[in-house]
Design a protein around this ligand. Structure first.
Ligand code: IMP
Length: 427
């Protein structure tokens, strides 16, 4: 499909990096449309591991246009660090472009993210403390700093003065921290300006022109549906819209240009940070997922919470993002579990059975999962390359998911390496 959106269908960390990496090879353009360096992609290529947080993973292929869209928030220091790290390993970043309208994460955003989490105490969100929320806050409040401001030092200082007037009040009075000097912040930020200048562009124009020319474009979502600020488990969410619809606003293309939506889901579920998670496990099966799936965050190193596959939440993700295909990742991690459970409904405190995700936060917090049990398999599946190579019970598990979602599973991950994948063809 010429224009495909890739979205996380759970709480992030579904293994989108590997899927994007695979599909990027067959695409001309890869666009990040929201989020910032709260995301993290680990890509294993020829035994070499790459960890990217803001640059689209398509950069590892020469000749691709890799766009950081207007809907993202970008920490200039982090972006420069990633560019340097790639170049040091001999990878060209010539194809990288940063939207002139993308908002920049300023040092005070990072300070405020951490301070606000501390202040919330036991009510904290569990953010990545990268300044993501405060940066989006400033965007909506219209006091944000954008990539294009790096190109005009006079404007940058004026904008920083305006933004810091209020931020310094917060830093001092609310959080007992030292105020920041606008000139010093400007100097720090401008230290990255020359490095970033060649990449700053009207990326909406570039992407639309690529589509006009019949190029294949991948829109790469970060985080996942359940972390969406509108459709996720608010307030335990990120501050942007990871859902597929946001690819349009976050890249500057119209909805009529999108051809399909690939939802990425793990064969089980993980979540980092706080918030409800009906199928969360605190037993041997959960520890199996944690250890065999190496479920530690790419960005913060935090241990991820693990649980059984939640078909109610996954069906919700299919609905919210109009998912047309599913990539099911990390199926190999389930090898060795005697019994597998899949959540097919929720039960409320009043013993009401729900087949759909409740739209009320209090109800959702008290939902208990209703499970179907399936037999597990013991064989190592990490070398399976065809659907028929899978043990019958693994195939039954995959079919159960496709059946519940009424969406075709077009990719199955069986290991970390980029070739450890099955691409079932239509029967
Ligand atoms: P923030 O995006 O740093 O503001 O964090 C808000 C919530 O989103 C927290 O629960 C984070 O753990 C979660 N989050 C943010 N980015 C990711 C991600 O890439 N994967 C998984 N969870 C994430």
């Amino acid at each position: 499909m010429p224009a495909t959106v890739i979205v996380g269908a759970q709480w992030g960390d579904e293994g989108k990096g590997k899927v994007v990496d695979l599909l990027a090879e067959r695409s001309d353009v890869v666009v990040r449309y929201q989020g910032g360096n709260n995301a993290g992609h680990t890509i294993v290529r020829d035994g070499e591991t790459f960890k990217l947080h803001i640059i689209p993973s398509g950069i590892l292929y020469p000749g691709k246009l890799c766009v950081i869209g207007n809907g993202t928030v970008v920490d200039p220091g982090v972006l420069c660090g990633e560019i340097d790290a790639l170049e040091e390993r001999g990878i060209s970043v010539d194809g990288l472009r940063l939207s002139s309208a993308a908002h920049l994460i300023m040092p005070y955003h990072v300070l405020l993210d951490g301070a606000s989490e501390m202040r919330l105490g036991r009510f904290s969100i569990g953010t990545t403390r990268r300044g993501i929320g405060p940066c989006y806050q400033d965007k909506a409040a219209r006091v944000g700093i954008r990539a294009q401001d790096l190109l005009d030092p006079g404007i940058l200082v004026r904008k920083l003065e305006i933004a810091l007037e209020q931020k310094n009040e917060w830093l001092q009075k609310l959080y007992d921290m030292r105020p920041l000097d606008p000139k010093a912040v400007a100097d720090e930020v401008l230290g990255h300006a020359e490095r970033l200048r060649p990449f700053i562009a009207d990326t909406s124009l570039l992407v639309n022109r690529a589509l006009d020319a019949g190029k294949r474009v991948l829109f790469e979502g970060a985080q996942g549906t359940m972390l969406d600020v509108d459709h996720g488990t608010y307030p335990f969410v990120t501050s942007s819209n990871p859902v597929a619809g946001a690819a349009c606003t976050g890249a500057g293309v119209g909805p009529t240009r999108i051809d399909g939506v690939l939802g990425v889901a793990k064969a089980y579920v993980t979540r980092v940070g706080e918030g409800p998670f009906p199928t969360e496990l605190d037993d041997e099966a959960g520890r199996h997922m944690l250890e065999h799936g190496h479920e530690y965050g790419t960005t913060t190193g935090r241990q991820r919470r693990c649980g059984w596959l939640d078909l109610v939440a996954l069906r919700y993700a299919v609905r919210i993002s109009g998912i047309t295909e599913i990539a099911l990742t990390k199926l190999d991690v389930l090898s060795g579990l005697d019994t597998l459970k899949v959540c097919v409904a929720y039960e409320t405190r009043d013993e009401e059975r729900l087949g759909e995700l409740p739209d009320n936060q209090t109800t959702f917090h008290s939902c208990r999962p209703v499970y179907d049990e399936m037999d597990g398999w013991s064989a190592d599946i990490s070398n399976c390359t065809q659907i028929d190579d899978l043990p019958p019970r693994a195939r039954a598990y995959v079919e159960r998911i496709a059946d519940a979602l009424q969406v075709r599973i077009t990719l199955i991950g069986t290991g970390q390496g980029r070739h450890q994948v099955i691409e079932p063809t239509e029967a």
